[in-house]
Design a protein around this ligand. Sequence first.
Ligand SMILES: Cc1ncc(C[n+]2csc(CCOP(=O)(O)OP(=O)(O)O)c2C)c(N)n1
Ligand SMILES: [Mg+2]
Length: 310
Amino acid sequence: MYRIRAVEEAIAHHYPEGKMRCPVHLSIGQESIPAIFALTVNQKDFAVSTHRGHAHYLAKGGNLNAMVAELYGKASGCSKGKGGSMHLIDRNVNFMGTSAIVGNSIPVGVGLALSAELKGTNQISCIFLGDGAIEEGVFYESINFAAVRNLPVLFICENNLYSVYSPLSVRQPKGRSIAKMVEAMGVKTGAGQGSDLINSKKLMEGAFNEVRAGHGPYFLEFSTYRWREHCGHAFDNDIGYRTQEEFLEWQAKDPLLTLEKSLSQADSDSHKQIDEIKLLINSEVKTAINFAEKSPFPLQHEAYENIYAT
Ligand SMILES: Cc1ncc(C[n+]2csc(CCOP(=O)(O)OP(=O)(O)O)c2C)c(N)n1
Ligand SMILES: [Mg+2]
């Protein structure tokens, strides 16, 4: 969680310099589910994600230097500097891509599960999606196909209550639970609060076990909250689509703070260890920013070269 937070805080800090020429969607405040996912997923499992995908890329083991370089548009970036923040991929760890089009990576993830099923590789395909993506038709087609074919897919929906500036109340019928709706489509589901670290870990492990055992797709929904503006480095509570009160309520549920509080009883060795980890991560993040700054831009003649196929 701290690694994700530190990287994204650094991105927010450097973004106004104007060197990252792509939109950025930060997950600050939403670190718990990616971190818990990281503890549970296997390297050979697949994962795909969305426009807000930095945390998922890192959680799957994606290369940090290559991610930051991608944001800077450099040739050393994970998409050779041509994709930016919303097009992250690291095939070394089977992180198979993110997309700027809401819902777009969902059928890709189901297709990856179909390939795993046909090849009998025992891989799970993990699909990160936001609450907004369940308003895309392709979500229903994909989940139906996954259910009919009993595919090894784990859908992980991070419900942060908003699609850009629209709250769920103007997008979904009153009282609808996303998880319950999905359950009605014949898929096993679980729902929890992202700030409840222990329970979220249990839900994540349970879902992985079910899918790994060949029992078909599973859908998890976790509540969470993004702290910064929908797109960009700043805060936007002043523009009126959400209240400062709501923001502060969620900030009090900061997953990092929750973790540190739970450690307050622990012995001083654990605290020392945490401080050491933080120092290490801070230096890793500095190295990644330097690496990105110093890397060259892609050459003009490379503009139309295929970057993903191997
Ligand atoms: C098909 C499509 N429609 C609309 C958009 C504009 N758009 C970009 S992000 C976004 C919000 C998506 O909300 P959600 O899935 O909840 O993800 P979050 O940003 O909250 O993480 C929208 C509507 C888009 N990129 N693609
Ligand atoms: Mg959302």
